[in-house]
Structure formats: structure tokens, C-alpha cells
Write a protein that binds this ligand. Structure first.
Ligand code: PHE
Length: 450
């Protein structure tokens, strides 16, 4: 078997993992979930989930990957627990499903960069038409998926790490520029208030459930993306602190995205609407009011930000099945990458067509708790992101704490820095994956099913 890739530097690993985490989930989804979920009330629940529940699972995933140097399926086998590799298979399925619809939204975002360059601010009003144009969106989707495949085909340090080292600093630079600009706009404080003033009456079971799904989705947890990236990390690194930085980066950028967006929206006296609407429908019109030059500049920057964020995430989504096919079936990396990208693109076609192009895919299924039937794409998103990921996280915690056992986990965690043994952080991680994660995730699962 060819030598496995690895990250060259600690920073490269942290940027790549943070790149996986920071994506459409942070910039597109998070701010609106905050809006729908009662502002700061949602933020508090989300932060609690990220640090109390997700951080320990994140570190555990990285440890399983580094210990075994394998993909999520091979990892459980390598530890000697073949049956538990079901977690890995579930992770593969989640990864493939998530990438299949994620690529569609990434294609919109890339398409919007092109529209903004041309100064076509009217695209916001035409969003409904734009997303039904399957050929156009499909073409952007092919370009986006190919770019992802190109990066992944160049390997771990030459592709994934190198791309993260360019894209992540660019992303941080762009978001800070937009933030500084947004806060100087008239009415900016109205937006900040909307974002931050808590309304606890909106905190229903549904909101808590979506905060949980959002925390897992946003941190790329529960499907083995971090097992895979962890398998490329060397033993001299402290993954307990690396995991903390990844979590902080993800939460921090989601938080800043809200600070940037709501002032822009409120500066024009527009009421924020939920979901995809605000970014793709309202924002172009807002950019237009900034005047032709500033409008194009801010518009291009904004959608470029979204596109870069999506790209470092799709790279990690494609890397998971790639690592599986390469490790377990000995397929050559380039072939694996392009073959998988092609198949996943095809799997994404029903999602592509489910935004108005094809009627039965658009009103695909009526689920309890929804007023009207949801589209195929929303269905896949709900299934993979809100259900598979937390279940995956639950199983990973139970496996590490009660099957593989804490001694083994701790040994792996202490490699980079033996001084973390006996420290409070390690104690907390142990406690969390043994009790808090299984109990809370189990409870939430039961409550949602009932
Ligand atoms: N974390 C990514 C986002 O927030 C999505 C993602 C989920 C990426 C799972 C990889 C694995 O957009």
C-alpha cells in the first residue's frame, strides 16, 4: 500500500480541521437559526452544546483516527471491534449525503460570485428562478465539485493542507473587513440588538433540537471527518489543545458572521426573513443600495467568503469516503477521488432538481412538525445533519468510554503532551464521554422520537 499522507505542520492540521468545521453551517445557517430561536437564547444553548457535549467527542474522534491511522470504517476494525465499524459505515453514508446537497448550496454561492461581479443585484429577486435553472446551477455545481476533487486528489499535505493555509486566512481577512464595514453602517446597533437580546420564550424543544443538530453539523462531528483528519496527525501533537482551538475557531466565526450580517440587513430597514432567503434573496438588494462600486465590492467579497468556507468543508466531506476507498480497497487516490466526486454529484441531482424544477421532488415528503411537504434536499439535510450526526456522536462516545475504554483513549491523548494527564481537561473529557454525552444525546433522541 502506498504511504499514507500526513499533515506537515500543527497549524496546517488546525487550519484544515477548522476549515472543515467553518462552512455554510456557520455563515449561512447559524445566523438565521439564531434569529428563529430567540436570539441570544439560542446562542447560549448552542455554545453549551459545543463546549459541553461536542468538544469531548471532537477530541475523541481525532484520537481514534490518530491511534489507528485509518479511515472511519478501518479505524474500528484496527482497534479490534469489527462490529463497531457500523459507526464508520454510517459516517460514510452521512458524508456522501451531506456532500450531495451541500454542493448544490455551494453552487448557488459560487454562482452568486459571478452574478455580483457582473453587478447583477437583481439576482436576489430572481433567486426563485435561479435555483430552478438546473442547467446553470448544475454547471456551477460541476465546477465546484471538480475544484473540491482537484484539491483532494493532490493529497493531504499537498492538497488539503495547502488549500486550508490559503483559504482560511483569506476567509478570516474577508470576514473581518466585512464586519468592520457592517458596524459602521447606520442602524447597525439595531441589528446587533436583534442578534443578541435573548427571548427565552422562543426556546422550545424544537429549537433545542436544532441547536444540537447545528452544533454537530457545524463542528463536522459524528461522521468520522475528524477521525479521518486525525489519522493524518503526528504523535508529537497535543490534540486536546488542538481540539479546543478548532472548537473556538468554529464557534467564533459563526458568532462573528451574525455580527456582520444583521447590521447589514437592518441598515436598510429590512426585516430579516429566515433560512436561505436572507442571504440569497435579501442581501443582493442590500448590496445594491451601497452604490455601484461599493455594492459590487461588498457583494463579491461576501459570496467569495461563503464559497471559500464551503470549499474547505466539501474537501473534508470528500476526503472521508476517499480515505475509506484508498485504505480498505487499495484504490489509487486520484481514481478514488474523481470516481467518488462523480458518483456523489449524481446522487446530488435529485437535490438540485428539488428547488422548483421538478414538482414531486420539490414537495417530496410531509413530515410531522412541518406545515407543508418539504423538498428532497431539505429531507436529506434533516436526515443526515440533524439525525445521523448526533446518533453518530452518541455511538462514538459510548464506544470510546465503555468499549475501547478510557485508559486507551487517555494514553492516545497524552502522547503529544504527557502533562495533560491528571489535568482537569482530561478528567472532564473522560466524564463527558462516559456520562454526559450518552445521557444527554440519548435523552434528546428519545424525546424527539416520542
Ligand atoms: N461543518 C460544515 C459546516 O458548518 C459542514 C460539515 C459537516 C463538514 C460534516 C464536514 C462534515 O458547514
Amino acid at each position: 500500500m502506498a504511504a499514507r499522507g500526513s499533515f506537515d505542520t500543527r497549524l496546517g492540521f488546525i487550519l484544515a480541521a477548522a476549515g472543515s468545521a467553518v462552512g455554510l453551517g456557520n455563515i449561512w445557517k447559524f445566523p438565521f437559526e439564531v434569529g428563529d430561536g430567540g436570539g441570544a437564547a439560542f446562542v447560549i444553548v448552542y455554545l453549551a452544546f459545543c463546549f459541553i457535549l461536542c468538544y469531548p467527542v471532537l477530541v475523541t474522534e481525532i484520537a481514534i483516527g490518530r491511534k489507528t491511522q485509518r479511515n472511519p470504517v478501518g479505524a474500528f476494525k484496527a482497534l479490534g471491534y469489527k462490529k463497531w465499524s457500523i459507526i464508520g459505515y454510517m459516517g460514510l453514508a452521512s458524508g456522501v449525503l451531506i456532500l450531495s446537497f451541500y454542493n448544490v448550496v455551494a453552487a448557488w454561492s459560487f454562482g452568486y460570485v459571478i452574478e455580483m461581479i457582473q453587478g447583477n443585484f437583481g439576482i436576489g429577486e430572481d433567486f426563485g428562478v435561479f435555483i430552478t435553472d438546473a442547467l446553470k446551477v448544475g454547471l456551477y455545481g460541476v465546477i465546484f465539485m471538480s475544484t473540491t476533487a482537484f484539491i483532494v486528489s493532490n493529497g493531504v499535505s499537498g492538497g488539503i493542507e495547502r488549500a486550508a493555509k490559503i483559504l482560511m486566512p483569506s476567509l478570516i481577512f474577508i470576514i473581518l473587513c466585512l464586519l468592520a464595514y457592517a458596524l459602521t453602517l447606520p442602524n447597525a446597533m439595531e441589528g446587533v440588538k436583534f442578534y443578541l437580546v435573548p427571548d427565552f420564550s422562543k426556546l422550545t424543544g424544537d429549537v433545542i433540537y436544532s441547536a444540537l443538530g447545528q452544533a454537530f453539523f457545524s463542528l463536522s462531528l459524528g461522521m468520522g471527518a475528524l477521525i479521518t483528519y486525525g489519522s493524518y496527525v503526528s504523535r508529537d501533537q497535543n490534540i486536546v489543545s488542538a481540539g479546543a482551538m478548532i472548537t473556538l475557531a468554529d464557534v467564533g466565526i459563526a458568532f462573528i458572521a451574525g455580527f456582520m450580517l444583521f447590521p447589514i440587513v437592518f441598515s436598510q430597514g429590512i426585516e430579516p426573513s429566515g433560512g436561505a432567503g436572507l442571504i440569497f434573496i435579501t442581501l443582493p438588494g442590500v448590496f445594491e443600495t451601497l452604490g455601484p462600486n461599493m455594492g459590487v465590492a461588498v457583494g463579491v467579497l461576501f459570496f467569495l467568503l461563503l464559497t471559500f468556507a464551503a470549499l474547505t468543508s466539501t474537501v473534508s466531506l470528500l476526503e472521508v469516503p476517499t480515505a475509506y476507498v484508498v485504505d480498505e480497497h487499495g484504490v489509487e487516490r486520484k481514481k478514488a477521488v474523481w470516481g467518488l466526486a462523480f458518483v456523489i454529484f449524481l446522487i446530488g441531482i435529485p437535490s438540485l432538481l428539488s428547488n422548483g424544477t421538478t414538482e414531486w421532488l420539490t414537495s417530496f415528503i410531509q413530515l410531522p412538525g412541518h406545515d407543508s411537504p418539504i423538498s428532497f434536499m431539505d429531507f436529506v439535510e434533516d436526515l443526515a445533519a440533524d439525525s445521523f450526526l448526533p446518533v453518530g456522536g452518541f455511538l462514538i462516545a459510548v464506544f470510546a468510554a465503555w468499549v475501547w475504554r478510557k485508559e486507551n483513549l487517555n494514553e492516545e491523548l497524552a502522547y503529544g503532551d504527557p502533562s495533560i494527564r491528571g489535568g482537569i481537561l482530561l478528567k472532564y473529557i473522560n466524564f463527558a464521554i462516559s456520562y454526559i454525552c450518552p445521557l444527554m444525546l440519548g435523552l434528546i433522541a428519545v424525546v424527539t422520537i416520542l
